[in-house]
Ligand binder design. Sequence first.
Ligand code: NAD
Ligand code: WQD
Length: 341
Amino acid sequence: MKEILVTGGLGYIGSHTVVALAEAGFRPVIIDDLSNSRREVLDGIAQITGFRPAFYAYDLRRRHQVKEVFEAHPDLAGIIHFAASKYVGESVEKPLLYYENNICSLLNLLNEALAAGVHPFIFSSSCTVYGEPEQLPVTEDMPVQPATSPYGNTKQIDEEILRDTAAVEPLRVIALRYFNPIGAHPSALIGELPVGVPQNLVPFITQTAAGLRDELKIFGNDYPTPDGTAIRDYIHVMDLAEAHVTALNRLLEGRNKENFEVFNIGTGKGSSVMEVVKTFIEETGVDLPYRITGRRPGDVTAVWADTTRARKELGWTARRTMAQALRDAWQWEKKVRNIEK
Ligand code: NAD
Ligand code: WQD
């Protein structure tokens, strides 16, 4: 069984990917400093898969800690790098924290990976690199727009670091540009657990439905879209997790065509905020108080993925619906809050 290093493996997307990796016959090894996750996530992973991955509560900014993990696991076959700070708003307030964490962590990891001779590398990028796209759906060849936040900038810089390094080193990289991941594992044993007030739509919806928040604010209904609310491509986190396994296999089997490749990972379908809200109410039957307010600064009108490249090259397509993701997100919220209904 091949060992795969998963940084940020106790976080939202990382934990679901660890499950998908274990189910595909890999042995994940996790580094996570618990800055945005909890140790108990390991229990959920173990309950789902029957396998308890090796776990290091280490900070990737400390190079000696990264080195220690490579030394303890000399047979690592590949790396999936999730660990990063991820809040757009916070990154505007604390740019140095974001540049330091998202860039120094990558540099330490790459240096140690090359020293250890571990070359397959999957990177968590984001649709945020497209900004407000000129055409929809967005393809991977469309220009990366100047970043509107330090967070977005770190993703662009990280992609460039990886591209430049893969051009001269034996590194083989796939950058996956995620659209909007939502939902949870259908067992409700792992899911998204934001610290404090959720910034993202779906956790805000489920927390409002659970009674933790008074009402959902819908940020703007004056966008040039059919119902006036903004459009995104919401992808079930398990579909996203499985995309990592598919991308990893491409690298492990040497099927990559370039040493730095980029894929959009979305459903290819855009949904408006109002459609998400209505689907949630229909699927769960739960009351969801909401109110239209002004636009949130920095939000784009619409973005959804052209998934042709992922389908043709990776052989991967999202299989789950937004409705299913919302049901799974709600099951998870109920489990976390001990709600019976
Ligand atoms: P998350 O915060 O749930 O997971 C990231 C994990 O990394 C956390 O468990 C955190 O404790 C850990 N971590 C952070 N800095 C670390 C460090 N220096 N050393 C060790 N561990 C560290 O976030 P997520 O939603 O699972 O996102 C995973 C990745 O995907 C991130 O790189 C994020 O930028 C990217 N991404 C997320 C989204 C999204 O909407 N969730 C969209 C596009 C891209
Ligand atoms: C979705 C839609 C909001 C909350 C962010 C990052 C992006 C990527 C994914 C990391 C928008 C609306 C939201 C609320 C609302 N992350 N909304 N009320 O902004 O598309 O993307 O996460 O890479 O970089 O920017 O996701 O879930 O915050 O918002 O009306 O309380 O829901 O305005 O139209 P977003 P989101």
